[in-house]
Design a protein around this ligand. Structure first.
Ligand code: GLV
Ligand code: MN
Ligand code: MN
Ligand code: MN
Length: 399
């Protein structure tokens, strides 16, 4: 085992950003844990002789040789969801470093520019917008939207970015133009590879997905003195939203819809809330199903709000159409790896954002729990090694 073995690299960061309250890890963009991981990545990449730069959006680029156009780019992200697993993101980063080390040791020299990338705020856990680093890079975010992004404590993304020495986040045509193709290795976030009894797959597509915020306003009041008949409690329409979300998804095969975050304001045990916000994540096979799910929930919430004397609104925060990864690149990688399986996913990735601009592919690595975005997420050692092997062979073929 070498110093840059993927398992060893994962062990080096296994204590960074642990979240004892939630379990698992909470590593949110530009917090202490995520910055520690960034510093660790820079140090590790430099030890491999890579030149590390930070782009205007806080994405890290570690260049093997000179930066240049038509580059082979691989990597992932280091941030996590609240209470997430150890592999979602970091596995793609450590596998890229391990692959570079293996290739260097074998005497391989890329014939085109080559970079390992770490994208910022992939999960959207801090500022609410997933794949923020790659969306900014590729010009998918308007300046007005950028100005509006705040974290849970009300801090604006642009201010946090300025403190991180990123005074001008936004469209980065120069970095985008350098990417010739992008391959993201990622832990599988479902059971596809368990069912197929295979360690590695090539990605085919990402489901349509989006996020909506449901705001319900009522009248804050005293839990002990307010008669039931006198209440305008926004928690009731919010509860109806949760149930309607499940019902709407269950009606449409292949779709998933979730309310995983809900915030009553002010949030006291003996206080009837004055306002509740709930965030709904919807993924489906078609835009029609996605829109129909949102419409069903909107109707159920409006009716429940009217019955309770509340007001409700449903606001779209992000929406991404279905992604189909480049079929030629997908087939070429699958063939190079000996006809490994090809799998779709319901999870979003920076690769999905970049697929609109450059040929993009993904490699999925078996997760024996089938669980992700939770502490039980995992990847078995053999599959991790098979993932690095697959990335090495992909790089040998394409870089
Ligand atoms: C990110 O991992 C997402 O799929 O939401
Ligand atoms: Mn994730
Ligand atoms: Mn991820
Ligand atoms: Mn993701």
């Amino acid at each position: 085992m070498t110093e840059f073995d993927a398992l060893g690299l994962l062990r080096e960061i296994e204590d960074v950003g642990r979240d004892p309250r939630r379990g698992g890890y909470s590593r949110h963009v530009f917090d202490d844990a995520e910055r520690e991981l960034r510093d660790w990545f820079v140090e590790r990449a430099r030890r491999l002789g890579l030149k590390v730069t930070t782009d205007r959006n806080g994405n890290l680029w570690a260049w093997w040789g000179e930066p240049g156009p038509d580059a082979f780019v691989t990597g992932s992200h280091l941030d996590s969801v609240p209470g997430g697993g150890a592999h979602d993101g970091p596995l793609g980063v450590v596998s890229a470093l391990a692959a570079v080390e293996r290739l260097q040791a074998s005497g391989f020299v890329p014939t085109r520019p080559f970079a390992v990338v770490v994208f910022a705020e992939e999960e959207g856990s801090r500022f609410g917008l997933a794949c923020l680093g790659s969306r900014l890079l590729s010009g998918a975010i308007t300046p007005a939207r950028l100005e509006s992004l705040t974290d849970a404590s009300g801090r604006r993304f642009v201010d946090v970015a300025r403190e991180a020495s990123l005074p001008e986040p936004g469209y980065d045509a120069e970095s985008l133009a350098r990417i010739g193709l992008f391959v993201e290795l990622h832990v599988e976030q479902g059971k596809g590879l368990i069912d197929l009894d295979a360690p590695v797959a090539v990605g085919s597509s990402i489901l349509e997905h989006g996020r909506w915020r449901i705001d319900v306003r009522g009248q804050g009041n005293h839990a002990g003195t307010t008669e039931i008949a006198d209440r305008r409690d926004p928690m009731l329409p919010a509860a109806e939203a949760v149930l309607a979300t499940r019902r709407a998804a269950a009606l449409r095969a292949g779709s998933r819809a979730t309310i995983g975050r809900i915030e009553p304001v002010p949030g006291g045990t003996n206080v009837i809330a004055s306002r509740v916000s709930a965030w709904m994540d919807v993924r489906a096979d078609s835009e029609q199903d996605t829109r129909d799910i949102v419409a069903d929930v909107q109707q159920a919430v409006s009716e429940a709000a009217a019955a309770e004397g509340c007001e409700a609104s449903v606001i779209e925060e992000s929406y991404s159409g279905e992604v189909r990864f480049d079929p030629q690149l997908r087939d070429r990688i699958a063939a190079t790896l000996g006809n490994v399986p090809v799998l779709p996913t319901g999870a979003g990735h920076d690769a999905g954002v970049l697929a609109a601009h450059v040929p993009t592919a993904m490699l999925f690595v078996r997760n024996p729990s089938g669980i992700s975005h939770a502490p039980e997420e995992g990847a078995d050692d053999a599959a991790i090694q098979a993932g690095v092997d697959a990335l090495v062979r992909t790089i040998e073929d394409l870089a």
